[in-house]
Every structure is written in C-alpha cells, then in structure tokens.
Design a protein around this ligand. Structure first.
Ligand SMILES: CC(C)(CO)[C@@H](O)C(=O)NCCC(=O)NCCS
Length: 497
C-alpha cells in the first residue's frame, strides 16, 4: 500500500495507517542492561522472591523501553538473562520460569492475563509493549510439563528452556524461540529437540531470532538468513568478550556484514564477566554500538535501519571469498614463520617487520595475504599476520579458518595472540584476503579502545577486506573469520535424536 501524507486523515485512521503501511526504514533500539542479580543462586528461592527480582529488572527495562519509544523506536531488544540474571542449577532457576504458549494461540497477556496459568512476567512485558506501542524482545525462561510416558522427561517433570519472546506493539505474543546451542555452563536448561526457525513479519521487514552462542553455528542462525530471508536478526546475548577476535561488537557486526542482514544485538552488562558490547548493525557497517568496561551502567542505543537491507538477493553469494587470494602467488616466504596461540588455537604467524609490505602466511589449506602501509612504524609495537585452519575445541567445538592481522601484547613475539585493548599504530591502507574453503566468512575490524570503525573499510566481490584510507584510530585486529560448518563434529544436542 502507498504511504500517504498523514494530515488528510483523522487521528484514529493515522494510527491504523501507520500500522499497515509498508516502511522503507524504521528506528530500532537495543538496551544493554546491567542485570540485577539474585544474592545466592545456589539456594532455591520462593516464586514471590523470584518475581520480586524479575520485577526489579523489568523496572529498569521499562524505563529504557519508554525512552526508546519516545525516540520513535518501533522495536527494542533486551539482553539474554536480562530478567533474572544467571542461575546455575535446574532447581534454582525453576521459580523464575513460566509456561510460554505457542504464539499461534494469539494471546495478548496484558488484556487477557487469566487465559492460561498466571504468567506475571509475560503479562508485564506485554503491557510494557502495549502501553508504549513498541515491539519488545526479551529473554525469559519457559517450562513445559512432561511425564514418565516420555523417557527423556527430566526428573522434576519439566523441560526448561532458555527462551526469547517478542510482544508486538499491541502486546500480543508474536514469537517464541528456544535457544538451540546452549553454552557450556547452562546446565539449568534443556536442549530443544530441533532447531526452531522463528520469524515474524512487520510493516518494516521480516524478523528472525536466535540467542547468544547460536551465532557460532549453522542452525538456526544461517538458515534464517539464507533460506527464510529475514531482513533483521534479533539477538539476545550474555557475551563474554574474548580479544582479539571474539569480542561482542566485533564478531556480531562481522556476522551482519558477512551474511548481509541487519542485526540488533543486546548484551548484558557485567564488567567482571567481560560482558559488554551491544549494537545496531547493518550489512555495510554499524549504525550504533556500545562497549564500556569502565562503568556498571546500562545503555540505550537507537538508530535508523533500512527495512529491506539485503544489497541484492544474491548477497552474500555475490562475494567470492577466495577469488583474489587464489589468483595470486605467495607474497613472501615462510622463512620467519612462528607459532602462537589465540584463544587456545595454534596459529601460524609472520611479523610485519617493515612499515609497508606484502606478506603471506599459510596453515594447512588456508593461505592469507596482506598488503599494508603503516603511517609510522612504532618501535614499541609489533604486528603479525596469522593463519588458522582447524577445529576449535575449548568452550564448544567448531571448525574455523581465520586470517588475522593483530597487534601483539608486547614486543616479545611470544605474546602475539594475547588480549590487548590499546594501540598506537595507524595503517594508511590494508588489504587482507585468504584461500577460504567456505562461503561463510565474517569480516572484522577492531580499533584501539575496543571500538568499531564504521564506514572505514569494505569487502570487495573478490573477497578482499580493504581499507583504502585506513581507519581513523590505530588498529587492534583486522580479520576474516571463516566458519566451515560442514567440518563441525556432532554437537551435544545431537545425542537427543
Ligand atoms: C566468545 C565465547 C563464545 C568464547 O567461548 C564465549 O566467551 C561466549 O561469550 N559465549 C556465549 C555465551 C553464552 O551463550 N552465554 C549465555 C549463558 S552464560
């Protein structure tokens, strides 16, 4: 339908028109919430105490949601574990759970709270969405009763799921997603039997959702984009940052660019667990991001996004990630290669010993090429080019191919790959490419202070990650993070089948 000028309509009709009218762009919000944690998560609490804690968190979320709506946001994402924090056993999380129905039941908890068993958390979230006329995405816990006729039924007679819910601007439950790739410590939750592909349509595009550790795996994350063609991914997370290549803002923005979708990422904020890093990311770069290891404050981000951002239907297939790298010969010999560790993985490194140059480093099937020019080579800073082609096995098992340019923690080459957050060296230009055996490659650029560099780099169709004029801040990491999903070993949940 055509979007006419509102002034010719009555107020009520305007509301209706706004709802039905297809929009080319919309305002999105994410809230990085500093979760109020319960005092002791090893002792079971009463339902009343659980509700008290959840209401304290929802008090804060409500203020953020109000502020977002006042700035015109149509949708807001709040973080994983944002309502109850982290609770460590099946028993101690139980009082926080509610039975969350399939959205097909067409339920507005705010106006019909008695329809199912009491569900004060869903009721409150629904009312917040409704009274502020904004879509609200939250992460809460679902419980589903089962009995002995089901041999897999857990001892307490309930399946327990880490769950994302979405309430639309009238407060209706429109989406429910059970996290499929649980992170190692989430023993309080069960794996759903199948990965769920959860989407919903709005006048501002098609949305899909998944949670935290899901982002490292093919299902449901990649399928939502490549097959169900969502425009925007809604992502709740409690991400523990790992430098140099798995920091929240860095990896999540790279996923958006690699798969060519909008990505709304809301992280919990807890500096003692290195949890910070939320953003509103478009395929061509971040629109807003937040990283703060200095304070314990929450933070609201609001930015405008295109409703249908996919650059072309063929994107990212339009990028041949290995075309350039396979078309050139080695830039340099392996004479000075050495080994080093990044997050438990053994990389092959070579040093950027000159202020400018062309380097190649290889490991197994992966060769990485770098052309670069530094503004000035600093005596007290060392950069290396690294390659990794192998199975990562710590905190989950997933097969990686990575090309990476990074600053070493000190001038001692033994420290290359260790976390470092500050740099002085500016690059006037760089071009990184690799002979990837996968089409899933996520381009990362991280600069001094653990910040992003919107608009200061791009990916060419031949697979080069380039910065023509360099980044305005000194470089920490430039990487092509490749995932070879077909080489992954069986995942923990596969034993359920
Ligand atoms: C970066 C990574 C993957 C390295 O192992 C790890 O530090 C990370 O943030 N994992 C995802 C965390 C997650 O699912 N949290 C929810 C429950 S606590």
């Amino acid at each position: 339908m055509v979007c006419s000028q509102p002034h010719v309509y009555t107020a009520i009709f305007i509301l209706h028109a706004v709802k039905a009218c297809a929009l080319d762009s919309y305002i999105a919000a994410v809230y990085e919430h500093s979760v109020i944690l319960s005092e002791d998560t090893n002792i079971p609490v009463s339902r009343e105490d659980a509700l008290m804690l959840m209401n304290k968190n929802m008090d804060v979320l409500e203020e953020a949601i109000k502020a977002a709506a006042l700035q015109g946001a149509r949708i807001i994402v709040t973080p994983e574990d944002g309502v109850y924090g982290w609770v460590f056993t099946r028993e101690t999380i139980y009082p926080y759970l509610e039975d969350i129905p399939d959205p097909q039941v067409n339920w507005i908890p705010c106006t019909d709270p008695e329809r199912f068993a009491p569900a004060p958390v869903q009721e409150r979230l629904s009312c917040i969405a409704r009274s502020n006329a904004i879509f609200v995405v939250a992460n809460i816990g679902d419980k589903k009763p089962c009995n002995s006729s089901d041999p897999k039924c857990p001892n307490n007679g309930h399946y327990q799921y880490n769950t994302d819910v979405v309430f639309d601007s009238e407060g209706k439950l429109v989406a429910r997603y059970h996290k499929y790739n649980l992170f190692m410590s989430e023993t309080q939750f069960d794996y759903p039997k199948e990965p769920e592909l959860v989407t919903f349509n709005t006048p501002f595009g098609k949305f899909g959702l998944f949670t935290c550790f899901d982002i490292l795996f093919h299902d449901p994350a990649v399928t939502l984009v490549s097959e169900l063609q969502v425009d925007t991914v809604l992502f709740t997370t409690a991400w523990m940052n790992v430098l140099p290549h798995l920091t929240a803002i860095e990896f999540h923005s790279a996923w958006a660019m690699g798969l060519g979708v909008n990505f709304l990422a809301a992280d919990t904020h807890n500096t003692s667990m290195a949890m910070t890093g939320s953003g509103i990311y478009a395929p061509d770069g971040p629109r807003a991001f937040h990283y703060d290891m200095e304070t314990e404050n929450g933070h609201l981000l609001v930015a405008e996004l295109s409703s249908h951002p996919r650059l072309s239907p063929a994107y990212p297939a339009a990028v041949n990630w290995s075309a350039y790298a396979k078309s050139v010969k080695r830039f340099s010999s392996d004479d000075h290669d050495f080994n080093g560790i990044i997050f438990f993985d053994q990389f092959t490194f070579t040093e950027l010993s000159k202020p400018e140059g062309n380097l190649t480093v290889c490991q197994k099937d992966l060769c990485c090429h770098l052309s670069y020019r530094m503004a000035e080579k600093q005596k007290d800073e060392v950069y290396v080019l690294g390659a990794f082609d192998g199975l990562h096995v710590v905190e989950g098992q997933y097969y990686l191919q990575i090309c990476i340019l990074l600053k070493c923690e000190s001038t001692d080459l033994k420290t290359c790959g260790q976390p470092v957050a500050i740099a002085q060296t500016k690059f006037e230009t760089f071009s990184l490419s690799g002979t990837f055996g996968t089409t899933y490659v996520f381009p990362e650029v991280l600069v001094s202070g653990v910040q992003l560099a919107p608009g200061e780099f791009q990916v060419l169709s031949d697979g080069r990650l380039i910065s023509q004029n360099g980044t305005s801040k000194p470089v920490l990491t430039v990487a092509l993070f490749g995932r070879c999903y077909e080489k992954d070993p069986p995942q923990p949940q596969s034993t359920l089948l």
